[in-house]
Design a protein around this ligand. Structure first.
Ligand code: DLZ
Length: 195
């Protein structure tokens, strides 16, 4: 018997000790923003402190894998108390206002999970296929290479309407960002248990 709920069967996990990094693309920003809000809402609901949620952005989804990889590396440097001579600013681009979040974050522990958020909407050319394939493979690689869960918060849709529905912007829609927030907490908690 199939369930008619969208998303995974729910589990509850305590996110109060976690630090989560989010990188979002700025293409299709009207869809990105509600997805980001849905993600953060579920992180907070699971107990993740605002000061332990670091958000940064990149131009488009293509840039997500490198940014997620560098954001994690920056948090590792920050937590080791430098000694390498490399600052988080060096790793991420010191002039971005986004970066102030990383240094303002009260915790200095490396991220327990990372969430990459992007919205790819198929156009008339092959851009969509190339970007979707590279980004999904790139994000998987970052997760396996670092051993840190990387949540795939990238919508790959055919129409604006499909994107809106998946950002909870239509009457029967569902905000997938909520699932990504919950997945990040669950995977971060389980990864600690598996260590
Ligand atoms: C170029 C491009 C196109 C056509 N479509 C999207 C899209 O739907 N969603 C998205 O996040 N980014 C798109 N981009 C931008 C690329 O991801 C990337 O930012 C640029 O090619 C620069 O590397």
């Amino acid at each position: 018997m199939f369930s008619d709920t969208k998303g995974p069967a729910p589990q509850t996990h305590d996110g109060s000790g976690l630090r989560i990094g989010i990188v979002h693309a700025r293409w299709n920003d009207t869809i990105i923003q509600p997805l980001l809000e849905g993600t953060k809402a579920k992180l907070r609901e699971a107990g993740v402190k605002d000061s332990n949620i670091v958000v940064t952005s990149v131009p488009g989804s293509w840039e997500l894998p490198i940014a997620v990889q560098r954001l994690y590396a920056a948090s590792q440097v920050q937590s080791s108390g430098t000694g390498t001579g490399i600052s988080a600013g060096d790793l991420l681009g010191s002039s971005t206002t986004d970066l102030t979040q990383l240094s303002a974050s009260t915790s200095s522990q490396p991220f327990d999970a990372l969430i990459a958020i992007g919205v790819l909407i198929k156009g008339e050319t092959m851009h969509f296929e190339y970007i979707a394939d590279a980004v999904s493979q790139g994000l998987m690689r970052v997760g396996l290479d670092t051993g840190v869960p990387v949540i795939f918060g990238v919508l790959t849709v055919l129409t604006d309407e499909q994107a809106k529905a998946r950002a909870g912007l239509t009457p029967n829609g569902h905000n997938h960002g909520e699932d990504w927030g919950l997945a990040a907490v669950e995977m971060a908690v389980k990864r600690k248990a598996w260590a």
